[in-house]
Design a binder for this molecule. Structure first.
Ligand code: NDP
Length: 329
């Protein structure tokens, strides 16, 4: 097998010298163990800021096939969602917990008709994140307006599609007109703002003249401060992530938003998907029919080849992905 290890801590935007591919011998299985081979590897923003030691495998989750097994609980030929990092092969035992504090999840047979690739995206962590942030925190009502940042990305595009199904007015903030046209014309968003070219406060005022009821925050920083200034009374903010500052060398000096939060009695709640592990299977059950009916489109940007995982990771941080950034082995 092969794995990516951290050889130099990230500082600023990731560079090739930060990681190295290392060969690894896969030992014979002991009783209770099973061997997984990665089929799709996820590259994600949090990998940039996750605490990792030198020599450690880069953290990450994947869809993997069980190719050898000494436990009836995890039979050969089945798929799991693993959380074992950027590796081609991994041995788990029945009770393993990974670096992300999550148990490997055996994909239930009832989803055999859904592409296994989707368990990296709409049926996996991005879908769960979109669902938790939108329904448990924002609690959308028909006719309300939601703004989503990083709206053409893995989580953001799904939040928008789910909010459209709920009858909301959905606006996305994106880094290019190409992405904006995609979320509008293909996914049915009501509008978009290109934060690199446009004037966010002015355009948002035009698109949401009555204000923003919900904000799904993927980016933090200045973009979020500008959106939060235009929220309605009792607005809700789901804080999913803050990618705009992940590559900063110093702590960012984003303007403070506390006054805006107090002024309108807003509710701003962060969430971590590992805390919802017990609900994964229930939420998958809720999402699956929309995936089968094609109401939720599962878009992905796929890079082929394990050795190109790091390139795919950097491309995602630069915003080159539409939908979920995935590496196919
Ligand atoms: P995406 O697929 O959205 O990829 C990242 C996107 O971020 C890029 O495509 C880019 O799009 C945008 N971006 C990059 N740099 C900046 C910047 N400086 N300012 C604004 N946007 C930027 O990733 P995910 O959907 O996987 O993740 C989105 C967010 O959700 C991240 O913050 C991540 O950490 C978080 N997350 C949190 C989870 C949780 O448990 N809370 C679980 C999963 C994700 P563009 O071209 O539009 O700039």
């Amino acid at each position: 097998g092969r794995k990516f290890v951290l050889v130099k801590p990230f500082e600023g935007f990731p560079r090739a010298e930060n990681v190295e591919i290392v060969e690894e011998v896969v030992p014979p299985l002991k009783d209770g163990e099973y061997l997984c081979r990665t089929v799709f590897q996820s590259v994600d923003p949090y990998q940039r800021v996750f605490p990792m030691e030198i020599g450690e495998t880069i953290v990450g989750y994947q869809v993997a096939m069980i190719i050898d097994s000494k436990t009836p609980k995890f039979p050969i030929g089945k798929y799991i969602i693993g959380y074992y990092g950027w590796k081609t092969h991994h041995i788990y035992n029945e009770t393993s917990i990974s670096g992300l504090n999550l148990h490997p999840l055996l994909l239930p047979d009832e989803y055999e008709d859904i592409s296994v690739q989707d368990f990296i995206g709409v049926m996996g962590i991005p879908g769960l994140s979109a669902y938790v942030g939108l329904f448990k925190i924002c609690q959308p009502r028909p006719g309300e307006t939601i703004v989503i940042s990083a709206a053409a990305g893995a989580v953001g595009n799904l939040v928008g599609q789910m909010a459209k199904i709920q009858g909301c007015t959905v606006l996305g903030v994106v880094g290019s007109d190409h992405k904006g046209q995609w979320i509008k014309n293909v996914l049915g968003f009501d509008g978009y703002i290109n934060y690199k070219e446009g004037n966010l406060p002015t355009e948002l005022k035009e698109l949401a003249p009555n204000g923003v009821d919900m904000y799904f925050d993927n980016v933090g920083g200045e973009i979020s401060s500008q959106i939060i200034k235009q929220m309605t009374m009792f607005g809700r903010i789901a804080v999913c992530g803050g990618i705009s500052t992940y590559n900063d060398v110093e702590d960012s000096k984003a303007s403070t938003i506390q006054a805006d939060i107090v002024r309108n009695s807003l509710k701003m709640i962060g969430f971590r998907i590992p805390d919802y592990e017990d609900e994964f299977l229930d939420i998958m059950k809720i999402i699956a029919p929309s995936v089968r009916e094609g109401k939720l489109k599962a878009m992905a940007t796929i890079t082929k080849g394990f050795e190109r995982t790091f390139q795919a990771f950097c491309a995602m941080l630069r915003g080159e992905n539409i939908g979920k950034a995935i590496v196919q082995l």
